[in-house]
Design a protein around this ligand. Structure first.
Ligand code: SAH
Length: 227
């Protein structure tokens, strides 16, 4: 993602009440933030927000939290949210945003507070010495295990085959997660693609002819069947 310093990002994010400040203060109290006890699904690295906004519109009975570490990128998602709310003449009630690094995720969510984690087109960190920074590395899987419900899942999409192969191996080697879904060509896999919402990156890569890979990983011991 090309980053630009956008001076107004900080003030726009500060003013937007759906951007949760001091997110760790809400650990174990996300139901209170939303004012209901609907399940919470999060996207880590939400980028410009197209995916999560579409999900939030489609599923009013699920609460969504978009996490993005760069304010200049989150600004784009928040602007999209504000335009959508203006079009709909009311704000979408089931979405919030947090500007943070996913490394701190266990300080923000208590055990069992998240039902699903979406990772879409995560940064590849191609150098082997940076492998632990990949959002599907065993280090991150261990963090996700701490915040997910017992039947919680991680859904990961990417066009990057090297990152995908690494991610499949990390899940297979994990004592915490098991693979419950796998495709190397999402858009031509009718069951895995059912209900798919494309992200900004997904539109870009698939319109250039690239195949999209997707995996679903469930916490071990959950009811979901291993493949
Ligand atoms: N999901 C979007 C954007 C993909 S680019 C899409 O599919 O279109 C990956 C995004 O993840 C970037 O915006 C990057 O800033 C963010 N990101 C990468 N590592 C992160 C981390 N550790 N914590 C939070 N966000 C992260």
């Amino acid at each position: 993602m090309r980053l630009r310093n956008i001076p107004r990002a900080e003030s726009v994010l500060r003013e937007c009440k759906e951007v949760v400040k001091n997110a760790s203060e809400h650990q174990n109290h996300w139901k209170k933030v939303f004012g209901n006890d609907h399940p919470v699904h999060i996207e880590i690295g939400m980028g410009k927000g197209q995916f999560l906004l579409a999900l939030a519109r489609r599923n009013p009975e699920i609460n969504y939290i978009g996490i993005e570490r760069y304010s200049s990128v989150l600004l784009r998602a928040v602007e999209k949210y504000e335009n959508l709310s203006a079009d709909m003449q009311k704000p979408l009630p089931n979405i919030r945003f947090i500007c943070m690094d996913a490394r701190e995720i266990t300080e923000v969510f208590a055990p069992g507070e998240v039902e699903k984690i979406y990772l879409n087109f995560s940064d590849p960190w191609p150098k082997a010495r940076h492998a632990r920074r990949r959002l599907t590395s065993s280090d991150f899987l261990a963090l996700y295990d701490q915040i997910l419900t017992s039947d919680g899942t991680v859904e990961f999409k990417t066009d990057n085959r090297v990152l995908f192969d690494f991610s499949v191996e990390e899940v297979k080697a994990s004592s915490l997660f098991e693979l419950t879904g796998l495709t190397y060509d999402l858009h031509h896999d009718s069951s895995m693609n059912a209900g798919n919402i494309m992200t900004e990156y997904e539109e870009k890569f698939s319109s250039a002819g690239g195949a999209i890979c997707k995996l679903v990983a469930a916490r071990k011991g959950s009811a979901a069947g291993c493949i």
